[in-house]
Design a protein around this ligand. Structure first.
Ligand code: DGP
Length: 112
């Protein structure tokens, strides 16, 4: 989607602090980090949110978690959190599916 911020970042039209890229996704540093490590995993194909995925997206969703696990290991994290905010009331502010990989500090449960 031409006007979607994360589509423009994923296509490299807009610059970002890129951590990883493959044919399906980019991983970038969050512009407003809430932990010492705060990476966003963003699929290149536009999907608005987790509420919009279909059966055919199972491979992409699995790949996102596999890359999150691999990046966490490469970034030296042994404890970390992988978060998806789905919908405005849950904190989603960019309506292009993404996962937050957060680490480098302690996290409380339940989240606020
Ligand atoms: P969420 O609120 O779950 O939709 O997460 C969106 C995240 O995206 C939020 O942590 C801030 C981050 N973000 C917003 N705009 C930009 C940007 O232009 N560049 C980067 N790197 N991150 C952004």
């Amino acid at each position: 989607m031409a006007e979607c911020l994360f589509c423009r970042i994923a296509s490299r039209e807009l610059s970002s602090d890129l951590v990883f890229e493959d044919e399906q996704l980019v991983a970038i540093r969050d512009i407003n980090p809430v932990a010492p490590v705060h990476v966003l995993l963003i699929p290149k194909r536009h999907v608005g949110s987790l509420a919009e995925v279909a059966e055919g997206d199972a491979g992409l969703l699995g790949h996102l978690q596999l890359v999150a696990s691999r990046l966490a290991r490469e970034l030296g994290l042994d404890s970390y959190r992988v978060v998806n905010n789905c919908g405005a009331a849950a904190g989603q502010s960019v309506f292009h599916l993404h996962y937050h990989l957060l680490g480098g500090r302690e996290f409380r449960w339940p989240p606020g």
